[in-house]
Design a protein around this ligand. Structure first.
Ligand code: HEM
Length: 327
């Protein structure tokens, strides 16, 4: 949440530095061009060379963010300060490098370098936008969010609980359904009471566990509830296991509500709390899948930004070596 409007005050000085740097570079470049040159000065002209060295030094600094993150012993300055410097100095390289180029592509090496540079900047801006939008979207759209690496574990426990509820509600399966439900191993969560089952994930904030939702388990099977078992085996359990990858009426919140409404209409009211708990499980699956998707968007862009940055760094030194050699 670095540059949301309410946080912009923290970036004001950095923004001013960016504007001042850009203004100084543009003024110096065009002043020199006006005084001493008949065409746009390139990388070998005095202003072009100075801007190239400054831009290159900033690119080296930008790449230091990676070792700073990887080396735990190397902790100069706060992560926030590094990030602000990374963003605004990174953006400052755009006018510096553009002026350094003299607005021409040059040979193949400088053209590749320019393309890499553009992709690094574009991916950085993309990542920054993702970092502004997605965490807020997660807070609003996935209130059941859990630790990312624990998603499948939490889901496995929820499925086991849902199976227990179906068994308690429908009784032991008859021959036809026995193969499908009985063959599934039913895990028993440690904290289950005899007459209640914990359903859904609970968040733990530091040492304070979140509220656990306990669903009353019917003490004797509910009459005429076989339809619940059938729907569980045919539609609900596959969705809880496969999630949004599958074609299922439960993928979408509205069609899922309709699915459970129809089921509720044919089930005895005694089975309704169980049905609600299972419906919550489906909501949990949808939210976990959305969380997985958002997590991917939040982190995958770094797989472009980081390797391209490293390629840019290496090629930049090759470019400087070749340019100085033939100067
Ligand atoms: C020449 C330009 C740039 C280079 C060489 C560069 C390089 C890097 C490197 C090496 C990392 C560290 C990756 C890691 O720790 O895994 C990084 C992260 C990042 N960069 Fe850049 N970058 C540049 C420009 C930009 C710009 C212009 C922006 C945004 C406006 C930006 C936004 C980011 C963000 C948001 C991160 C992730 C930081 C984090 O969450 O830890 N970068 N960049």
């Amino acid at each position: 949440m670095l540059i949301l409007r309410k946080h912009f005050a923290m970036h004001r000085k950095w923004f001013a530095t960016f504007l001042a740097g850009t203004a100084a570079a543009v003024f110096g470049y065009f002043f020199w061009a006006h005084q001493y040159s008949t065409r746009w000065p390139g990388g070998s002209s005095p202003p072009g060379l100075i801007l190239g060295i400054l831009g290159g030094a900033i690119i080296v600094f930008e790449c230091l963010l990676w070792p700073r993150r990887m080396l735990r012993s190397w902790r100069w300055g706060s992560a926030r300060l590094w990030m602000k410097a990374h963003i605004w100095f990174g953006l400052l390289t755009v006018p510096l490098i553009l002026l350094h180029s003299g607005f021409v592509w040059g040979g193949w090496l400088s053209t590749i370098l320019a393309a890499l540079f553009a992709m690094v900047i574009a991916s950085g801006i993309f990542g920054l936008v993702m970092q502004q939008i997605l965490p807020r979207k997660m807070l609003t759209d996935t209130p059941l969010e859990t630790i990312y690496s624990q998603i499948e574990n939490a889901m496995r426990m929820a499925i086991a609980d849902a199976q227990s509820l179906v068994l308690a509600t429908c009784g032991l399966p008859k021959e036809s359904a026995a193969a499908s439900v009985q063959s599934q191993p039913i895990e028993t969560p440690d904290d289950r009471n005899a007459d209640r089952v914990v359903i859904g994930a609970s968040r733990q904030v530091e040492l304070i566990p979140g509220q656990l939702l306990r669903t009353p388990v019917p003490q004797v099977p509910v009459a005429n509830s076989e339809v619940l078992r059938q729907k569980f085996v045919s539609t609900i359990q596959p969705f809880l296991e496969g999630g949004l990858r599958l074609k299922s009426p439960l993928k979408d919140r509205r069609s899922s509500a309709e699915f459970f409404r129809q089921l509720r209409a044919v089930l005895d009211p005694e089975a309704h709390p169980v049905l609600e708990a299972i419906e919550d499980c489906c909501e949990q699956r949808r939210q976990f899948d959305l969380q997985t998707r958002l997590h991917w968007w939040l982190h995958s862009w770094l797989w472009i930004h980081l390797p391209l940055s490293m390629a840019l760094l290496v090629l930049m030194f090759v470019h400087a070596y070749v340019a100085l050699k033939y100067w």
